[in-house]
Ligand binder design. Structure first.
Ligand code: EPZ
Length: 418
């Protein structure tokens, strides 16, 4: 295993580029199950999760090739409908093959995704949607076993906003006879990217990005040709926080400002300077970081995937900040590690009360999940002295060479064998 070592407090300056969005490319890869052709997708980040999804598709019989951001998925040879536990347990997003497999084979067996460090990850809404569309679903021996008698489009009312739940139903409904209307759909940009890709395959989806999505089923879908994945708004946001620390000055390229409204609004309130510049964002930190309160919400609210990263900035801000986690109430594993660096954080229910301190100090700390690991790297950047972040396989699931990107703008950061 590897660890990341950081000598903190360097002022960063220069340009960094954002890669393709993990949470957009994963459902788009699953969508390839719906057709029988050679799908080509570009701007695909080289992430562990992308490799896992490739392995899962290959387990189902597909042929996948990845070189330099270009991904080929030949789905013409897919001939299995069972997603095994050993793959699903490493990546929750594997649940996204459930809808497409039911569409293709009229049956599917997908291992129930386990929980993870950010909490119990139920899929009851996914199952509710499948059943409403005409699939009978049993939970047996840790697997979701689905069999579709008669698939028919209809109204699918979600009880809450679920990103992969919306995506799973959109995937299945795109080839279900009739019209499906998803109510209380997730509005995340990644849902829109999936809908755009499906429409290029020949699907008829309207309303993606709003809470009501209408899908008119078609009999078959063709392959994707050269679809470019949207930029990763969470990687962009993580780099924005890096720009706000240590009075840094970063130009973040290839990002969509319109995807970052809630984070930008909160960062401006801390006194951070932010300028939109075409498809780049310039972020400059100031000596004075004001403490602010924020709560995570479904898009377009403050993203839960940015909660841990923003907490780092609050740890060295000038007052008290109340951070409320409404999506994954247990998503505070990073706080224990930050306390080891001298951060003053108290957990109260699903909130963290952070009192800013003049300085946090480097220490050996341990990553627990993807976004927490990114926040610990950011903590190392602003911690005085040396920080060692262990278990960084979590980081590599969702960030492509984050350490190298930070090194290129002046961070003293490198990898070592654990
Ligand atoms: C997606 O997860 C993302 N993953 C997550 O990013 C992200 O944190 C999350 O959306 C919220 O934005 C991918 O897109 C692959 P949800 P997902 O279903 O779809 C509850 C990362 O770091 N819920 O929108 O699994 C659930 O417990 C990852 O990139 C049910 O109760 O999240 C949560 O409280 C982490 N029943 C809330 O809804 C269900 O059937 C939102 O979850 C489904 C969800």
């Amino acid at each position: 295993m590897e660890k990341i070592v950081i000598e903190g407090k360097n002022r960063l300056s220069g340009e960094v580029s954002v890669g393709g969005a993990k949470n957009a490319v994963l459902p788009i890869m699953a969508a390839c199950i719906l057709n029988d052709g050679e799908n080509t997708i570009s701007n695909v980040p080289d992430l562990a999760d992308v490799r896992t999804m490739m392995k899962l598709l290959e387990t189902l019989g597909a042929r996948c090739e990845y070189t330099d951001g270009e991904l080929l998925v030949d789905s013409s040879t897919i001939n299995r409908y069972k997603a095994p536990y050993d793959l699903v347990k490493t990546m929750r997003a594997s649940v996204l093959v459930l809808g497409p497999l039911v569409a293709r084979f009229k049956k599917a067996e997908v291992s129930l995704p386990g929980g993870c460090a950010i909490g119990e990850r139920p899929i009851d809404q996914h199952i509710k949607g499948l059943r409403i569309l005409g699939t009978s679903v049993q939970l047996e021996d840790g697997y979701v076993s689905a069999v579709a008698e008669k698939l028919e489009g209809t109204t699918v009312p979600f009880d809450l906003s679920t990103v992969t739940g919306t995506e799973n139903i959109m995937l299945l409904a795109s080839v279900c006879e009739g019209e499906t209307v998803i109510l209380n759909a997730a509005c995340e940009p990644e849902v829109v990217d999936l809908a755009n890709a499906l429409n290029l395959m020949g699907a008829r989806i309207e309303g993606a990005g709003t809470d009501i999505i209408t899908i008119t089923g078609v009999s078959s879908l063709g392959p994707l040709e050269g679809y470019s994945v949207m930029p990763d708004r969470i990687e962009a946001g993580t780099l924005m926080i890096a720009g706000a620390l240590n009075e840094s000055d970063l130009l973040i390229r290839n990002c969509r400002f319109e995807h970052l409204g809630a984070l930008t609004g909160k960062l401006l309130q801390t006194g951070t300077k932010i300028e939109k510049n075409g498809n780049s964002i310039r972020v400059r930190g100031t000596g004075e970081i004001k403490s602010i309160d924020f709560s995570t919400l479904p898009y377009p609210g403050f993203p839960t995937d940015m909660q841990a990263q923003m907490m780092i900035l609050m740890c060295v801000a000038d007052g008290m900040s109340v951070i409320t986690e409404n999506i994954f109430p247990q998503r505070f594993m990073h706080t224990a590690e930050l306390r080891r660096m001298g951060a003053d954080i108290k957990l109260v229910g699903n909130s963290a009360v952070v009192r800013g301190v003049p300085e946090i100090r480097g220490a050996p700390i341990m990553a627990s999940d993807l976004r927490a690991s990114a926040s610990l790297v950011l903590a190392g950047l602003c911690g005085a002295g040396r920080t060692e972040v262990s278990r960084i396989y979590h980081l590599d699931r969702g960030y492509e060479k984050l350490d190298e990107k930070l090194q290129s703008v002046g961070a003293s950061i490198w990898r070592e064998k654990e």
